[in-house]
Design a protein around this ligand. Structure first.
Ligand code: HEC
Length: 157
């Protein structure tokens, strides 16, 4: 009797200890969904960034369009950290370019996202003044902000 209580007790303890491990076992299909969703968002960022560059390459750029796209980038950039729940990086059965270092250097990753939001904010503000040269100069910082994050946190193709 006494012995079986101990056995049951240790089984329960074992289950309690294992529970979180089992719950954390990643389902590749579920992880891939999260990856696909963030890649789609990044493509929106890429599209807005290209629209800014294309507009600024015109003979008479419409700075209102540049401003609108800068605001799109700023809003998305602020969301970036929320697109990377722990456990959604590269792993078997998942196609992702998100390097493990993202979750080892979360504050730096957040800083890079904030860097992009700040650069985009600046472009929106400067475009609002109607100063084309200053807008072009500010826009160059958006590309640098992408690169600053990709160089460290995204797998090189
Ligand atoms: C804070 C970090 C960070 C910033 C800033 C950032 N990216 Fe990325 N980007 C990533 C990571 C990480 C991935 C890989 C996501 C994955 O595959 O799970 C990625 C993926 C992408 C993709 C998807 C590539 C594909 O598979 O087709 C595009 C497009 C992209 N980024 C464009 C940009 C552009 C353009 C900017 C700047 C305007 C930018 N990113 C800024 C981290 C960042």
């Amino acid at each position: 009797m006494h012995k079986s209580v101990i056995v049951v007790g240790s089984l329960v303890l074992g289950a309690v200890a294992l529970g979180p491990l089992l719950a954390a076992a990643p389902d590749p299909a579920a992880v891939q969904k999260i990856v696909d969703a963030r890649v789609a968002k990044y493509k929106q960022i890429g599209k807005a960034n290209k629209a800014i560059k294309d507009e600024l390459g015109q003979a008479q750029p419409k700075l209102a369009d540049v401003q609108a796209n800068a605001r799109v980038i700023e809003a998305l950039a602020k969301q970036i950290p929320s697109w990377f729940p722990r456990g959604t990086g590269q792993q078997p059965g998942v196609n992702s370019e998100a390097r493990p270092i993202i979750w080892e250097q979360v504050p730096t990753f957040r800083q890079r996202a904030a860097g992009l939001a700040g650069a985009a904010h600046q472009v929106g503000a400067v475009a609002g003044t109607g100063n084309l040269d200053a807008t072009k100069a500010a826009a160059a910082n958006i590309g640098l902000a992408c690169k600053a994050c990709h160089d460290t946190f995204r797998e090189k193709k």
